[in-house]
Design a binder for this molecule. Structure first.
Ligand code: ADP
Length: 504
């Protein structure tokens, strides 16, 4: 498949002005400045190869300053003294500013990450605003309880009065990945701020641009200095310094299981609280009575959107033998119908992967699978002038022990396997170290809910895949993570409980 890349200019004034300011800085205590070392690194458009910006390459000493700023802001009059109602209004204002800059943010996300403009413009950027709106409502509803106790030994004539209060957990290090950069940052910033925490945000080194723009908008909304600090740089340096820092109270991380495990070790020193949203290898089970008009496009979207760079991507499809051929054929046709191109070009369905390294990695999985007998029924090729694109790919004749069936590929690759009995499908689905999400496709209500109960995963969709909303808790079972984002559990992660027990 040949791909013609024009090098489209962003249409919005905002994106053009942002890119014209070529050298980006870090934010500490409300002041934008260069990294202490003066070093920078470059970020590129993966579709056209164009240099987009030079980012400040922070080091451990910048992290120290960012954490000190966040620690000081935690008890500042401007932040701790802000009323819950004012905090809610501030979050709502941030949402409004995101909406007002939606075109610009979507264009920056496309240029930096590769995704189609539509995905950002109508999906991830409005969803980021919704994160702030949803958590804005919680600010005035963070409540303790009064508790009647059974303690029998208070002094004569005295009583026990006991209650709980909720407190922010403290300084949060928010470490985000490159697949949905703005949304992943919003999913951490919104609940952290609603709870009254302060934050040091470290975006992925591949895709830091929208995080920088988001933080600019947060300051414009009136966020007091030091409440959110931003350090750009590399995971092994900035991420590692944050996760080992004695004054960071919590790490909120989305990324690979491998790095998640490193964070668990690094957090030991002061037993940081951790929320880890890690890898996935999500199954989609297609029963013989599935509505194919829903299932085929739904499963195709569930794996191919964002070129498969989605933690919940439905990369393992288990189709009942009665519909197996129809599923393989339908998915292969859906894959072949997708248009690859620059995310800003109208008509593009899929952009490139985030960089050449990731596209090479996907190609490695395909080459290895082929050599072990896997058959490609659609796609299978790395393409584009810079080798950053990968065709949407459907694979059959796979075995459960193949690496492509066990590891997260993070590319537009789906493997389809037939099954004869639902128990077999459940065993296949659960045969994974991951347990992030899964989907079930059937018109039989009982079978839908029975399967939903048996698949070990944090989210199960029925007759849909990759449906998200801030109200719906999202988290991983097994090695897909610890804790939840979104919904009421998403706020809990940023709060401590204090029990006060008094003799009065
Ligand atoms: P992905 O490949 O899905 O982006 P990674 O886990 O490699 O996942 O990266 C996610 C985030 O974790 C990025 O911001 C990256 O810089 C950061 N990171 C990488 N290595 C470390 C580390 N050792 N400690 C903390 N953060 C890290």
């Amino acid at each position: 498949m040949t791909i013609t890349i024009k090098t489209p200019e962003p249409r919005s004034e905002g994106a053009r002005a942002f890119l014209a300011r070529r050298q980006k800085q870090i934010l500490i205590d409300g002041v934008w400045r260069d990294a202490g070392s003066g070093q920078r690194f470059e970020t590129f458009d993966p579709a056209s190869g164009r240099l987009l910006a030079e980012l400040a390459e922070a080091t451990a000493s910048d992290v120290d300053e960012a954490v000190a700023s966040a620690s000081a802001a935690l008890t500042s009059k401007e932040w701790k003294g802000m009323t819950p109602s004012a905090r809610g209004k501030l979050l709502w204002k941030i949402a409004e500013l995101i909406d007002a800059h939606v075109e610009e943010l979507a264009e920056l996300e496309t240029l930096d990450q590769g995704k189609s403009f539509r995905t950002g413009r109508f999906g991830e950027i409005p969803a980021s605003a919704e994160q702030f709106r949803y958590f804005a409502g919680f600010c005035t509803k963070i409540l303790g309880t009064t508790i009647p106790t059974s303690i029998a030994y208070q002094p004569e004539g005295r009583e026990i009065f006991a209650y709980t209060t909720r407190e922010p957990v403290g300084v949060v290090a928010a470490i985000t990945p490159w697949n949905s950069p703005m949304l992943m940052a919003a999913m951490k910033l919104a609940p952290a701020l609603a709870a009254g925490c302060t934050v040091v945000l470290k975006p992925a080194e591949e895709t830091s641009l929208t995080a920088i723009r988001l933080v600019e908008l947060m300051l414009e909304a009136g966020l007091p200095k030091g409440v959110v600090n931003l350090v750009t740089g590399f995971g092994e340096v900035v991420g590692a310094a944050l996760t080992a820092h004695p004054d960071v109270d919590k790490v909120a991380f989305t990324g690979s299981t491998e790095v998640g495990k490193l964070i668990v070790s690094a957090a030991q020193g002061n037993l940081k609280k951790l929320t880890l949203e890690l890898g996935g290898k999500s199954p989609a089970i297609v029963m013989p009575d599935a509505d194919m008009a829903l299932a085929i496009p739904g499963i195709a979207r569930g794996i191919f959107s964002n070129s498969g760079q989605v933690c919940v991507a439905g990369s393992r499809v288990y189709a009942h033998r009665a519909v197996y051929e129809e599923v393989v054929d339908g998915l292969s046709k859906a894959a072949a119908a997708l248009t690859l191109g620059h995310g800003l070009d109208t008509g593009t369905d899929l952009g490139p992967l985030v960089n050449r390294k990731q596209a090479d990695r996907v190609a490695g999985f395909i080459a290895e699978g082929r050599s072990e007998g896997a058959e490609i029924t659609s796609g299978g090729n790395q393409t584009g002038e810079f080798g950053t694109f990968f065709e949407p790919t459907v694979v059959t004749s796979v075995r459960p022990d193949m690496r492509m069936m066990r590891e997260e590929i993070f590319g537009p690759v789906v493997a389809v396997t037939p099954f004869d009995h639902p128990e077999e499908a459940i065993a296949y689905a659960n045969d994974s170290p991951y347990g992030l999400a899964g989907s079930v496709w059937t018109q039989d209500l009982s079978s839908a809910h029975r399967l939903a109960a048996r698949v070990k995963a944090g989210t199960i969709w029925i007759n849909c895949h990759s449906y998200f909303s801030p109200e719906l808790p999202k988290g991983g079972h097994k090695q897909s993570g610890w804790g939840y984002e979104n919904g009421a559990p998403g706020l809990e992660n940023y709060l401590e409980t204090k029990t006060v027990c008094a003799v009065i």
